[in-house]
Design a protein. Structure first.
Length: 108
């Protein structure tokens, strides 16, 4: 994992092509980068982020913030009902209850 300006890049090595390639995770925009050395992949990652930010600025739009905390999931009706009931029994809202279940921490 690589970090730059709040963005996270995930890198894999393709042994057949003998190249590193990566993607920025945590946003909807598709940002990719590649390089043959660690220095190249780091520079390509940073350049890709800077290019994305400049592209957004030139179009007068806000760049996406990574991992905004807004997560949408699909549940069965039964699971939704069970979680809502458990949250109610603990006098918690559903979002806080789910965060507590996933992280083991109370984020109210």
């Amino acid at each position: 994992m690589m970090k730059y300006k709040g963005y996270t890049g995930q890198v894999v090595y393709d042994d057949e092509a003998r190249i590193f390639h990566g993607d920025v995770i945590g946003i909807k925009a598709v940002i990719t980068f590649q390089g043959k050395t660690v220095d190249e992949i780091e520079k390509a990652f940073q350049d890709s982020i800077d290019t994305y930010i400049d592209w957004c600025k030139s179009r007068n739009i806000q760049p996406e913030k990574p991992f905004s905390g807004d997560l949408h999931i699909k549940l069965s009706q039964k699971a939704h009902e069970q979680l809502a009931q458990e949250a109610f029994e603990r006098n918690m809202n559903l979002d806080s209850f789910i965060v507590q279940k996933l992280t083991g921490k109370d984020n109210r």
